[in-house]
Write a protein that binds this ligand. Structure first.
Ligand code: AMP
Length: 394
């Protein structure tokens, strides 16, 4: 299918061509016509599938009318879990809307709010916000929702995981009833469904097939390792395989700090990014990583969502995530937009259950590699895919 079959305007089609997009991704193919027809939507789609364009393109097209925006009003509201994602989604709106004159703003906590309030005075067409800061400014009457046309809940599962349900309910209560609602989530869990039931009337539901959750161009492999050997193994791989760059996921911020110093002792310089670092520091580190000044970036799970680092060649799960969804999201950081990527996981014996769940989800066992000098004392068994414990068998 081509973009021109999706009833997109000439302006949007021109932008897409300029960006070099040739074909819509599956989520774009399914979501764009539904959104343009004005219906409500619930979509199961991961990061890396092109989901941002799947809502940004039709929203930009729908808002591209000469309607005058009133002060302190917004026309589209995109709620996102993290500030990084807010910045990234705003960037997408700016890119996709380069030939459309609409105002956009990313609004998040952790920074002074006076500039955000100032910008709201004249109204904003597309506001991308984290729930807490939005609610704060709404309480202070810095913005009003009475002219809102579209609401997007992006990465809804993540927002619920992060405990935003109370804020989301309070925001939704304030919105005008006559609005279009779009919900995007990596998985449609029962919690997501409850949120959808409460806020979205008769939605069309679409989902991108399980098999398509990870892009085909990501090479996944794992190495089993005894816990105490992880940092030595990482240094070994960086040196032996001459890695240029890697985004390394770790469980805790303490672990991140320790790893930075362990790598430093072996002559490898790395930086860490986690929820406690200020916005300015995170932005600087990210910019340095993107420019290649920082070669190895160690990130905790909290900081992992919303990092838009294109053409990333390699991610490492230094700690295997507890949730399968997080694994899928993390490896989605590589090989984006056609580039080839490599996703490497360090698996210790304690991770066996997680590994089974991950391999069951990706549908195959992940290739194992071994390295001389790093043989394990505690062997990790080979997973049985889709294993159902005896007491749960029907
Ligand atoms: P997302 O899932 O929204 O994070 O998008 C992942 C990446 O895919 C982004 O870098 C987009 O620029 C890129 N992208 C989105 N749609 C397309 C498309 N139809 N063709 C090629 N690249 C795309």
């Amino acid at each position: 299918m081509s973009f021109s079959a999706l009833q997109l305007s000439e302006t949007i089609l021109k932008t897409i061509t300029d960006l070099g997009y040739i074909q819509p991704t599956p989520i774009q193919e399914k979501a764009i016509p539904v959104i343009l027809s004005g219906e409500n939507l619930i979509a199961a789609a991961q990061t890396g599938t092109g989901k941002t364009a799947s809502f940004a393109l039709p929203i930009l097209q729908m808002l591209d009318t000469k309607r005058k925006l009133r002060g302190k009003r917004i026309r589209a509201l995109i709620l996102v879990p993290t500030r990084e994602l807010a910045v990234q989604v705003e960037k997408s709106f700016i890119t996709y809307g380069q030939d459309i004159s609409l105002s956009t703003m990313a609004m998040y906590g952790g920074v002074d709010s006076s500039e955000q309030k100032q910008r709201l005075i004249n109204g904003i067409d597309v506001l991308i916000a984290t729930p807490g800061r939005l609610l704060d400014l709404a309480h202070q009457r810095s913005l009003h929702f009475d002219e809102l046309e579209v609401l997007v809940l992006d990465e809804a599962d993540r927002m619920l995981d992060m405990g935003f349900i109370g804020d989301l309910n309070k925001i939704i209560e304030r919105l005008p009833e006559d609005r279009q609602n779009l919900l995007f989530s990596a998985t449609i869990s029962s919690e997501v469904r409850t949120l959808a039931k409460r806020s979205i009337y008769k939605p069309v539901e679409i989902s991108i097939k399980q098999g398509k959750t990870t892009a085909a161009k990501i090479e996944q492999w794992l190495v089993t390792v005894d816990k105490g050997n992880k940092s030595a193994l990482l240094s070994h791989l960086i040196k032996e395989q001459e890695w240029e760059q890697a985004l390394i996921f770790i469980e805790t911020k303490q672990g991140a700090a320790k790893l930075v110093s362990q790598l430093a002792k072996r002559g490898i310089s790395a930086e860490s990014i986690h929820g406690d670092r200020t916005q300015a520091v995170r932005e600087n580190i990210l910019a340095d990583f993107k420019s290649g000044k920082i070669k190895f970036l160690i990130a905790t799970g909290v900081a992992s969502r919303g990092l838009d680092i294109e053409n990333l060649s390699r991610v490492v799960n230094y700690d295997l995530p507890d949730k399968v969804e997080d694994y899928i999201h993390r490896i989605g950081r590589t090989g984006r937009a056609g580039a080839i990527g490599e996703a490497i996981s360090f698996v210790a014996k304690d991770n066996f259950r997680n590994l089974c769940a991950i391999e069951s989800r990706v549908g195959h066992v992940i290739t194992r590699k071994t390295f001389e000098g790093f043989e394990v004392k505690k062997t990790v068994p080979i997973s049985i895919l889709n294993y159902v414990p005896k007491n749960k068998r029907i």
